[in-house]
Design a protein around this ligand. Structure first.
Ligand SMILES: Cc1cc2nc3c(=O)[nH]c(=O)nc-3n(C[C@H](O)[C@H](O)[C@H](O)COP(=O)(O)O)c2cc1C
Length: 366
């Protein structure tokens, strides 16, 4: 496994990353009452010690009553919550790491805890959790404005606490993505449109408000996906032209990096080219992109949720694409849950020590 391309440094807006490896955001639900614990801080510190170039936190809730659907997911607002995150970033920095929180609003996605409901109504563009599935009410103008404020405030707090960048969760069928998707956004105001760039107005307003809060020099990443947890086959953009207008709107609004979520990074995005989602995003916008999806593993993460293990896989194809300049950074999820030393082992060529991903690791915070 020749992994040289993965270990070249990279700069984003003056933020120095020692290599191209990003820890993918992964919800762990180990923060009772929404407050990250000392164990959470040590969990991230271990990934910094393991030479991950950029750590993206698990999704963390912005200041709306129903931004989260699980009481053990950490919040990114409130005194105790932010003090806990300060502890996390201080630990990561002490170990030489670089970190961004992933700012999250789940939108109309039902609570996973049968006995628990969020302390306020679910937010969504049109009161739908998926096409034709009524769930709660459409957000009012005031709700939309308040959600934009909540993201911007969280980004400002990330910077103030010392985080190195922020990531907005605009993927996987959660709130921002519910606005992108015509199946869940039927609004007839400025936040709805028949055309995708029009439905990107909510994300654009968030990006502009975030930029206002963090200033011109602070890296802002947005995570996007064609697929939705509600429907893996959705393609928001069916053609490169449609992708260009969608992503162009996000870059114009202030996104510095596009984190392009796929379940399997080697799958081409459009016919006639082997470029993947991150490859097309970089080609069409010129901004740095992050790829993700089954890096170093044989099976994808949705299968992992249902108990399938995944074997270690070669990094050759990933390297080929990275070397060719398709994308700039590579997010690694499950392999880094399994082994905080994954990057070190790859750099040192200790591939025989890389283990299969077993679902049991999700039950602990190692
Ligand atoms: C346990 C777990 C939790 C996840 N939580 C999030 C999340 O909070 N935000 C997000 O954008 N993606 C989340 N994902 C998706 C990952 O960031 C990543 O895109 C996915 O696991 C594919 O990478 P992998 O194949 O290397 O694991 C999660 C994945 C896993 C396995």
């Amino acid at each position: 496994m020749a992994a040289d391309a993965l270990f070249k440094p990279f700069n984003v807006k003056g933020l120095h990353l020692k290599n191209r490896i990003v820890m993918a955001p992964m919800t762990r639900s180990f923060s009772p009452g929404g407050v990250a614990t000392e164990d959470v801080a040590q969990y991230y510190r271990r990934r910094a010690e393991g030479e991950v170039g950029l750590i993206v936190s698990e999704g963390t809730g912005v200041d709306r009553p129903a931004s989260l659907n699980d009481p053990k997911v950490p919040r990114f607002h409130g005194e105790a919550e932010l003090a806990a995150w300060k502890r996390v970033i201080d630990e990561v920095h002490a170990a030489g790491g670089v970190m961004a929180p992933q700012l999250w609003h789940v939108g109309a996605v039902r609570s996973r805890e049968a006995e628990w409901t969020p302390p306020g109504p679910y937010d969504s563009p049109s009161g739908l959790s998926r096409p034709e599935k009524k769930f709660g009410e459409a957000m009012s103008d005031a709700d939309v404005a308040d959600a934009i404020r909540a993201f911007a405030e969280a980004a400002g707090n990330a910077k103030r606490l010392g985080f190195d960048a922020v990531e907005l969760h605009g993927a996987h069928g959660y709130l921002i993505d519910q606005f992108f998707w015509d199946g869940t956004n039927h609004r007839e105001d400025a936040y709805g449109s028949k055309a995708l760039p029009g439905r990107a107005r909510f994300a654009g307003d968030i990006l502009r408000a975030v930029r206002q809060a963090v200033g011109p020099d602070y890296p802002v990443i947005i995570r996007i996906s064609q697929w939705k947890q509600q429907d893996y086959d959705v393609k928001l953009a069916e053609t490169p032209k449609a992708l260009e207008t969608w992503l162009g709107a996000l870059v114009d609004a202030g996104a510095d990096v596009l984190h392009c979520s796929q379940r399997r990074f080697w799958e081409p995005e459009f016919e006639g080219s082997d470029l993947n989602f991150a490859g097309w995003a970089k080609k069409l916008t010129g901004v740095p992109t992050i790829t993700v999806g089954s890096v170093g593993l044989s099976g994808d993460f949705i299968a992992g949720f249902s108990g399938e293990s995944a074997q270690p896989a070669s990094l050759e194809e990933l390297e080929r694409r990275l070397d060719r300049g398709d994308f700039d950074l590579v997010a690694v999820g499950r392999a880094l849950l399994q082994d905080p030393q994954w990057a070190v082992k790859v750099r040192e060529g200790r591939t025989s020590e890389l283990a299969a991903f077993e679902r049991s690791v999700m039950a602990t915070l190692y």
